[in-house]
Ligand binder design. Structure first.
Ligand code: FAD
Length: 430
């Protein structure tokens, strides 16, 4: 083609006015919690806006290559699935396309292909008619009379205002609640994050002998020589697919603009150092290993809502079912409170505890709910319920609670009515 291809000149005449949209429910954050809430709410007939600041949906489940869904089953020889609905659909559909592995241990976890899960989410959101925004960063919240009136976003292509009857804060960092001027909580001592990554070009025969206790022991002995701080973690080969998932470093996850960039650099530096460590210390398997993909920084616990009823370590040690229970969980306390190792508190087999709706309601608000890793729990309890199984359950509950609340106050929702629609996630033991 040698002819010039025509172009046209344009000049901005006036500053573009913000667009606006009204909805029944607006959800901030398209991670596993927000996507679940959006799908469930849209299928209930609600007009849903789902907004995320990242250029693609999926939150940490996709962008940070979390790689396994945990917290979905109870523990022990009689382990059963605790959360159904969207979780069943993900497992069934990804199993059909050979993109998820069932890992049977003391509980059942699922190792998934994040590229396939991302496409699954996108397809399902489109089918459900969710109005999805990507690259939309929250800039302002109008909050009065205990209600969010509207929220503003900026995108590369102009601003947008969303006005909804109800809002779900699935931002992971309680951003919606914080920007509403509501009280939020932050840990005094930081909880460490990780940059997950994929490794390729390792020896696929020798990797069958990969012994994680030896890797961990060596990390403790010589990791510092490679600039590594963490002594535990996981390397999980995706059987016969030529790559493995690594969750094996630790970095701080501060809530400030330059700190966010430092997280990326520090995570990648440590990732490169892990590869250098593996090549030198375990050459039979890793002599030629390389990073295939660096995940986005994985952020565990930064900032979360303050409710009238915080879920505590004592609550999750007990199996007491609160009157406003909306989900179950059995995952152990998994607190990343030191650079070196994770603190675990294991529960006995068959130990199942409950998550109440009240720990998802920010104090002082009527049309706002949190879902996912920014609900109100003490630091230990949050370290157990922030994983993806309970995130799916909380997203489901948030959608149903908002549906029942309509234009009223979400704290006035009838518990029995809500629990009836959530019975699979509260009562099934098959
Ligand atoms: C390294 C690591 C490993 C983990 N391993 C596992 C595991 O193996 N299995 C498991 O089940 N769980 C695991 N977890 C926990 C789990 O991944 C997360 O807790 C869970 O994914 C949280 O989902 P979420 O939807 O609540 O939040 P997120 O996935 O964090 O989603 C929040 C979304 O909100 C958006 N957002 C935030 N602020 C704004 C704003 N101001 N404007 C617009 N958008 C905004 C973000 O872009 C993001 O997409 C791990 C976590 C980490 C960090």
């Amino acid at each position: 083609m040698s002819e010039p291809i025509p172009t046209r000149s344009v000049t901005q005449k006036t500053k573009p006015r913000n667009q606006s949209i009204t909805a029944d429910i607006c959800i901030l954050g398209a991670g596993i919690s927000g996507v679940t809430a959006a799908l469930v709410a849209a299928r209930l007939g609600k007009k849903v806006v789902l907004a995320d600041g990242a250029p693609a949906i999926g939150g940490q489940a996709i962008g940070s290559i979390i790689g396994t869904i945990i917290g979905l089953y109870s523990h022990g020889p009689n382990a059963y699935q605790l959360t159904h609905g969207i979780a069943d659909e993900i497992i069934d559909d990804l199993t059909a396309e050979d993109s998820i592995l069932r890992l049977q241990g003391s509980t059942v976890n699922f190792q998934y292909n994040e590229v396939r899960l991302a496409r699954w989410m996108e397809r399902k959101l489109e089918e459900a008619g969710v109005h999805t925004l990507v690259g939309a960063v929250l800039t302002d919240v109008s909050f009065s009379k205990r209600r969010i009136q509207h929220i503003d976003f900026v995108t590369r292509y102009g601003g947008l205002r969303v006005e909804a009857a109800g809002y779900i804060d699935a931002s992971g960092d309680a951003t919606l609640s914080y920007e509403s001027g509501l009280e939020v909580r932050e840990p005094v001592e930081p909880v460490w994050g990780s940059m997950n990554f994929l490794i390729e070009d390792y020896d696929e025969v020798a990797v069958k002998e990969l012994d994680m206790p030896s890797v961990r022991q060596r990390l403790a002995e010589v990791g510092a020589k490679y600039g590594l701080v963490r002594h535990d973690g996981w390397l999980m080969p995706f059987a016969d697919q030529g790559f493995m998932l690594a969750n094996i470093n630790h970095m701080q996850t501060p809530l400030d603009p330059f700190g966010a960039a430092q997280m990326v650099f520090e995570g990648r530096r440590q990732t490169d150092n892990v590869i250098a460590f593996l090549r030198a210390e375990f050459p039979a398997i890793f002599a030629n290993a390389k990073v295939r993909v660096y995940g986005n920084p994985g952020i565990r616990q930064t900032r979360w809502i303050a409710s009238d009823r915080q879920l505590t370590l004592a609550d999750i040690r007990s199996t007491h079912r609160p009157k406003d229970a909306i989900a179950r969980c059995a995952w152990w306390v998994e607190l990343h409170d030191t650079a070196e190792v994770v603190y675990w508190e294991q529960f006995p087999d068959d130990h199942v505890y409950f998550i109440p709706l009240s720990c998802m309601i920010p104090a002082g608000s009527d049309n706002l709910l949190a879902a996912g890793r920014c609900v109100d729990a003490d630091t230990q309890a949050l370290s157990a319920i922030r994983v993806m199984g309970p995130c799916i359950a909380m997203g489901t509950a948030a959608a149903h609670a908002m549906h029942l609340a309509g234009t009223g106050a979400v704290r006035d929702v009838d518990n029995a009515q809500l629990q009836q629609v959530l019975s699979d996630n509260l009562d099934r033991t098959d």
